[in-house]
Write a protein that binds this ligand. Structure first.
Ligand SMILES: *Cc1c(COP(=O)(O)O)cnc(C)c1O
Length: 238
């Protein structure tokens, strides 16, 4: 069921409260975690409700849907930023680059080449997160640290001047087993720690991890950005 405007605003408050509490448990600054509101399958009105609640960062999975929903939102609220978080086909990159501030779901070198090509045409800088496959069940993401290293090396060698790597993203496996979920987040954090040392020329500070079902664990393991949909907007009607 979709929520009303006041329910959405109340949900935002509850989530930032829970994020703050997880920060306290982990001895972290409450302001060190950003919330990306995942509005996929929810209408523009739900996004508008969120904005009234003070939320300006949104995530969408599908470029087509985001391209229908967000241009009017950008017109009314120039401060809104959109992140693409879903698997991205090469032929969708052109439109993704038009609307997105950041592409979080960068999972292969060819995608970086295409983002560079399209961003150069628009003379736009695109931030990216490298998505890493850390769990058993999820299939997207670079397979291992070495693949991520190759992608960062490609950028470091000057091949993608319009692409700025900002950090890493992962999805934990969908399971009740919190040990497995936590393990997935730890893998991403440790990989990030290694790669930050190897690529000091980049600011790779972002760790995008944690969704409705697991964001508190993610915060305890160092997440700097949680991507929450259902707990804000309600169940999606596919
Ligand atoms: C849908 C989605 C989310 C949000 O999931 P919820 O469980 O609804 O919070 C986060 N990240 C990605 C990559 C998604 O596709």
């Amino acid at each position: 069921m979709a929520y009303s405007e006041s329910e959405i605003i109340a949900n935002l408050k509850t989530i930032s409260q829970r994020v703050s509490e997880a920060c306290v448990r982990a001895g972290r600054d409450a302001g060190s975690v950003k919330l990306c509101a995942v509005s996929k399958f929810h209408p523009g009105e739900a996004v508008e409700a969120c904005i009234k609640g003070g939320q300006f960062l949104f995530g969408e999975n599908r470029v087509q849907e985001a391209s229908e929903k967000f241009p009017v939102i950008f017109e009314n609220h120039p401060e809104v930023k959109l992140h693409i978080i879903g698997q991205l086909q090469t032929n969708k990159v052109k439109n993704a680059v038009k609307i997105a501030d950041t592409i979080q779901s960068v999972d292969r070198l060819d995608l970086i080449r295409e983002i560079e090509k399209q961003a150069a045409k628009l003379e736009k800088i695109i931030n990216i997160f490298l998505e890493v496959h850390t769990g058993e069940e999820s299939k997207s993401g670079f397979e291992n640290e070495d693949e991520v290293r190759k992608a960062l090396t490609f950028i470091a060698e000057g091949n993608a001047p319009h692409v700025v790597p900002r950090g890493f993203m992962t999805m934990a496996p969908f399971t009740e087993d919190t040990v497995l979920v936590r393990k997935s987040f730890v893998i991403l954090r440790e990989m990030a720690e290694n790669l930050r040392k190897e690529f000091p020329q980049f600011d790779l500070s972002e760790l995008s991890m944690g969704m409705s079902g697991d964001f508190e664990i993610a915060v305890e393991e160092g997440s700097t950005m949680v991507r929450v949909g259902t707990s804000i907007f309600g169940e999606r009607q596919y």
